[in-house]
Design a protein around this ligand. Sequence first.
Ligand SMILES: Nc1nc2c(c(=O)[nH]1)N[C@H]1C(S)=C(S)[C@@H](COP(=O)(O)OP(=O)(O)OC[C@H]3O[C@@H](n4cnc5c(=O)[nH]c(N)nc54)[C@H](O)[C@@H]3O)O[C@H]1N2
Ligand SMILES: Nc1nc2c(c(=O)[nH]1)N[C@H]1C(S)=C(S)[C@@H](COP(=O)(O)OP(=O)(O)OC[C@H]3O[C@@H](n4cnc5c(=O)[nH]c(N)nc54)[C@H](O)[C@@H]3O)O[C@H]1N2
Ligand SMILES: [Mo]
Length: 777
Amino acid sequence: MKTPVDRFRFRPYQRPAAGWGALRSVAHAWLDSRQPFKNLRAMLQTNQNGGFDCPGCAWGEAPKEGRIRFCENGAKAVNWEASGRGVDRDFFARHSLQDLMAQDDYWLEYQGRLTEPMFYDGEGNHYRPISWDEAFALVAKHLQGLDSPDEAAFYTSGRASNEAAFLYQLFARAFGTNNLPDCSNMCHEASGVALKASIGTGKGTVTYGDFDKAEAIFVIGQNPGTNHPRMLEPLSEAVERGARVLVFNPLRERGLERFQAPQNPVQMLTGGEVPLSTDYFRPALGGDMAVIRGIAKFLFQWQDEAQQIGETGPLDLDFIREHSEGFEQYRAVVDDASWEEILAYSGITKDEIECAAHVYSRSNATIMCWAMGVTQHRHSVAIIQEITNLQLLRGQVGRPGAGLCPVRGHSNVQGDRTMGIDDNPSAALLDALERKFALPMPREAGVNVVKAIEAMLEGRVKVFIGLGGNFAQATPDSARTHGALRKCDLTVQISTKLNRSHLVTGKQALILPCLGRTDIDIQVGGAQAVTVEDSFSMVHASFGQLKPLSAEMRSEPAIIAGLAQATLGEKPVPWVKLVEDYRLIRDLIADVIPGFENFNRKLETPGGFYLPNSAGQRRWKTRNGKANFVSHSLPAPLPPEVLEKIGKEGARKADLVLQTLRSHDQYNTTVYGLNDRYRGVTGNRRVLFAHHDDIQRLGFTDRQPVDIVSLWSDDVERRVQGFTLIAFDIPKGQAAAYYPEANPLVPLESYGIGSFTPTSKYIAIRLEPSSAPQRIV
Ligand SMILES: Nc1nc2c(c(=O)[nH]1)N[C@H]1C(S)=C(S)[C@@H](COP(=O)(O)OP(=O)(O)OC[C@H]3O[C@@H](n4cnc5c(=O)[nH]c(N)nc54)[C@H](O)[C@@H]3O)O[C@H]1N2
Ligand SMILES: Nc1nc2c(c(=O)[nH]1)N[C@H]1C(S)=C(S)[C@@H](COP(=O)(O)OP(=O)(O)OC[C@H]3O[C@@H](n4cnc5c(=O)[nH]c(N)nc54)[C@H](O)[C@@H]3O)O[C@H]1N2
Ligand SMILES: [Mo]
């Protein structure tokens, strides 16, 4: 089946974000789903009480009634999931694993929903059908045959519901391991690590309502126009009411500049548009910490000046005295950092930093938001703690309209962590599980994503189970990761759609097709709801609306229960019985997870309930009971491993530093199409954005196909071939390419200090003339 593809074109985009372009794209997604009318009815139930939670991003919704609550990319996510196309036994009989491997990621998912369990037995080249009971028995046999429970890894992608996640972690731990790597390890892990040490919670401290009250909003390293389009409304409303919205992003992202609200008929018909930001700063990759330190330097300077003339300065000294620790030390590291250093690393000018510092020092309610531009660096934990330090200087945590806001990715990634999907769980969680289930829990930390890949490579992990996601493509260093998966005895993927993780198999492999968020989920006890938690810690129910494409699909909780029962019997819970009515699972959650007492009753409140945030109430659950200024010295941009490589090979330096990012037509490794509307690209994802002067300096020309090679101290060659250069409005020295096409370039060992998150936004590269067979573009 062919995928619809436009011809390659690059033409800078002039129109506002959203607007008619978004409506056209929604219409296309509907029509291409093969069941437009069914899906239209379902769409109107997106994010409504009694409807389903959008399977797109984790942004929350305003508690306002009667509005359409989906965006262009939410509509794409829904229509993609609710496809009328199916992948069944005939499909796998027609296509060998090799055939499928030769297809791109777009083609694979485009084939439609997985409709029946399939088994690859290691012989031949085809998956063949298998019954659910046989599949469960096969997994049980493999798990029971391991020398240690730590030879299995249980991966989770952030779409899994709270109910599925809770059962899954209980299964892994009752089996005997904390090997629970998850997509969060590649995403907001650094936010959790940094914030826990600084303010005693791994979550953001703001609620949706705070956006209405903020006087300034910082948007750092985030592209909401594509990845959190429902955030454009509060941003544009903030600008309209006179708040300052400061953007820090090396790229001029259209979704951070101008907006036309599709829900606003006047704007749509008159061509009206509103700004999304008031100030736009374009830092160096990884330069945000230097920017923030520069702002802090100005604040200290102004504080001193104010005190000399007996006035109050910008610092909130009462807050600092009453609530914090580490202030003096922080002041010392800021004093120590020279302006030369700050300006060299930040990539913006002193005047720009002063401008941001002025806005910040005058705003009495500042929210700081960030996403992958901040979390996917070697020094992400330090950057986030620097952002936190700045907020503490003015007491901007735990007051209305202010706070820290890591904007999460997958729609339930935050909930999954709350439910205990954590390779490094707290003692409190393990104690609570032990109390409730009268079963000793494994106490040793398990493997995260990077460590799981290392363990597979070394033969220490032999069985891989994926609850959703696309481990083979989402992870770094693709060639090595694929090798790691292939070394496993068994790989099991619980999935909605075909992807490369089904093709890069262990010696044996299973595909277990599951229901998605949009599907009606009928169990013995009737139609079931699941629950999710958004970025603002609101927990609410989600009801599927559409009849599943095949009766052979099972819900995620039912699949996990089947696997667990086959492996463990009824230890420590009657797994299969629990799935008859998910309220039984929620009763267990209520007894184990803080904040979920009376879970089933609380869910009856329209809009769900809020999980209180200790830091948001100025209670600091840190080791010393205080909010901590955590001091780091400014990190040099290039990591030692890259410097070592450059040193080894003489004078030639890294040509550019590359970030990998999302196009407007993808959901992580799910590619909806080959266009990136706001960046002006049509029909091609294998492109490399670079500055015109850099392209010339390096001896290439615009539109020339090139190979990209990344630099690291080991002798592994990491190369991707045949990327088309595009002269783009990007700071000199930087380059950008799409994820997952560029993932082979990210060295497995290049990860964040303390977070183990691959440095997907900072890869030193060199360019070479293309070695790929020439393609006409
Ligand atoms: N439609 C859609 N929605 C999604 C997703 C999707 O793929 N598609 N993915 C979901 C997931 S899992 C996540 S985690 C989020 C991701 O949401 P984002 O974090 O917005 O995703 P990215 O495309 O990785 O964008 C990173 C942005 O950071 C900027 N950036 C890169 N490096 C730096 C830096 O060093 N400093 C600064 N200041 N900026 C930098 C880039 O220019 C880019 O604008 O979105 C979620 N929502
Ligand atoms: N280079 C680079 N790499 C990155 C990133 C980057 O910015 N750059 N971003 C990282 C980030 S932030 C993240 S979160 C990870 C994402 O990593 P993952 O979460 O592992 O990947 P996804 O692409 O979201 O997974 C898509 C697959 O999930 C399955 N799926 C979809 N819906 C459901 C469902 O409801 N249930 C189940 N069981 N399966 C479902 C489908 O089969 C689909 O093919 O990637 C990371 N990798
Ligand atoms: Mo993410």
